[in-house]
Ligand binder design. Structure first.
Ligand code: HEC
Ligand code: HEC
Length: 264
């Protein structure tokens, strides 16, 4: 009797397969829907023809020798087709471009163009072929969730830039710079465009809100340096252990020497 009812309850062998198929379709479809709504930084920086013409002139005079008259690239610089306004704003705004001399990495110099000139060149490059746009102001206020930002930073950025954003060396003379004092726009654009050896973190990878949280975290540690006392280079347990060994143990030894010297 008991055996019979168990048999009646048994599912059709295909039921599991159908269930898994439905699950896959639902999660896949849901993910596609979600990810298509997170592309808030798509190319929407509409610019007037006047600005684009101005940018074209500036580009021809300052950039085309290395990047080509139609952004096609030369032996001295990569093609800029599809890099977008964000890459131009980042590279020119941080003073990396125009590049002064060839080296392992474009050095930062004081920016050589005004904000208007930079914007014009960005508009020109974006007008030739669309790419990541300059981020929306609402993500640049450093008013997000610093805790989430800190976690994302430790997962995605700390291996190159150090947990406290202090920077670090990479191979072949390249380095990940210190992140203190970098404008929120440039932090966002660095993630969006992945300059040089840095990976690209597009909006599916880290949503604009995630990027805002990372900016919030970086601005938080910039304004609240090391609540626990000395930073010791923020290198972590090794530096801290060394500090304890040298100064802590040193003090104990000094005390012992002093005590034994006194008793004689
Ligand atoms: C002397 C040559 C030279 C000049 C002049 C120059 N660049 Fe570059 N540019 C390079 C090189 C080389 C790279 C790639 C190396 C790097 O990023 O460190 C680069 C990278 C870039 C990138 C990043 C491309 C990417 O894939 O993200 C942008 C954007 C850019 N340049 C814009 C400009 C603009 C705008 C100007 C003019 C104001 C300019 N460059 C002038 C040589 C040059
Ligand atoms: C594989 C190593 C690597 C990882 C991972 C990485 N970066 Fe970078 N980052 C670099 C390098 C290299 C540069 C310098 C590029 C250049 O000068 O052209 C850079 C530059 C930057 C800059 C520009 C700094 C300035 O002074 O202008 C910012 C901001 C930045 N990174 C933020 C981040 C954030 C935020 C993350 C994590 C989401 C991250 N990076 C992950 C290697 C990395």
């Amino acid at each position: 009797m008991a055996r019979k009812s168990r048999k009646a309850n048994r599912r059709h062998p295909l039921a599991t397969v159908v269930l898994i198929a439905i699950g896959l379709v639902v999660t896949g479809g849901g993910y596609a829907l979600l990810s298509s709504t997170t592309t808030a930084t798509a190319d929407t920086n509409a610019s007037s023809q006047e600005t684009i013409d101005e940018g074209k002139k500036l580009f021809a005079a300052n950039c085309a020798t290395c990047h080509g008259m139609s952004l096609e690239g030369t032996d001295d610089g990569p093609s800029l087709i599809g890099v977008g306004a964000a890459a131009v704003n980042f590279q020119v705004g941080t003073g990396r471009m125009p590049m002064a001399m060839q080296g392992p990495q474009a050095m930062q110099k004081p920016p050589q163009f005004t904000d208007e000139q930079t914007a014009a060149m960005a508009a020109y490059v974006a007008s030739i072929s669309p790419g990541p746009a300059i981020p929306d102001e609402k993500y640049l206020q450093a008013d997000g969730d610093a805790t989430n930002g800190g976690e994302l930073f430790r997962i995605n950025c700390a291996m190159c830039h150090n947990v406290a954003g202090a920077g670090g060396a990479l191979t072949e003379g390249k380095f990940a710079p210190e992140l203190k004092g970098v404008l929120p726009t440039h932090i966002f654009e660095a993630m969006l465009t992945g300059p040089q050896n840095m990976p690209v973190f597009n909006d599916d990878n880290l949503t604009p809100e995630d990027k805002r949280d990372i900016i919030t975290y970086l601005k938080y540690i910039e304004n609240n340096p090391s609540p626990g006392g000395f930073e010791l280079g923020s290198l972590g347990p090794v530096a801290e252990g060394l500090f304890v060994w040298i100064f802590g143990l040193g003090a104990v030894i000094a005390l012992m020497v002093w005590l034994t010297a006194k008793s004689n």
